[in-house]
Write a new protein. Structure first.
Length: 131
């Protein structure tokens, strides 16, 4: 795999269904969490979700990075606003149909704790592709 990001089994199924017109949902949401143990093929949710936002909000961006399917998901949060002050973020998910809650976790990533201090902004990035 090109990235450490995990393309979940549910995400692979969603992609197949999307390619065949069986689902109408789009990748639209990014979630952040404080847990561990969510980074594997069978993931259906973050271990401890703390915050989610969708592409209709200014703090979420999905960017194409190459013409063969490479993308990045970006989310910016502020301590004491979107997440509690001094939150230790350690997991991130890209979700289809997740704007109203639930949805399908397409990609998931875990990383070392990143503390979001009160009044400070942190930008989280997840590179992913469809390989």
């Amino acid at each position: 795999e090109k990235y450490m990001t995990v393309h979940t089994n549910a995400g692979k199924e969603w992609h197949s269904d999307k390619a065949h017109g069986d689902v109408a949902t789009a990748i639209d949401t990014i979630a952040l969490g404080t847990g561990t143990g969510s980074e594997d093929d069978n993931t259906t949710a973050l271990a401890s979700e703390l915050y989610r936002s969708d592409r209709s909000n200014a703090n979420v961006e999905f960017v194409e990075t190459d013409p063969t399917g490479g993308r990045e998901a970006h989310i910016t949060v502020q301590g004491g606003t979107e997440v509690p002050a001094d939150a230790k973020i350690s997991e991130m998910a890209v979700i289809a149909g997740g704007a109203g809650g639930d949805g399908t976790v397409i990609f998931v990533d875990e990383f070392g704790d990143i503390t979001v201090e009160a009044g400070h902004q942190e930008r989280f990035t997840m590179p992913y592709d469809y390989e």
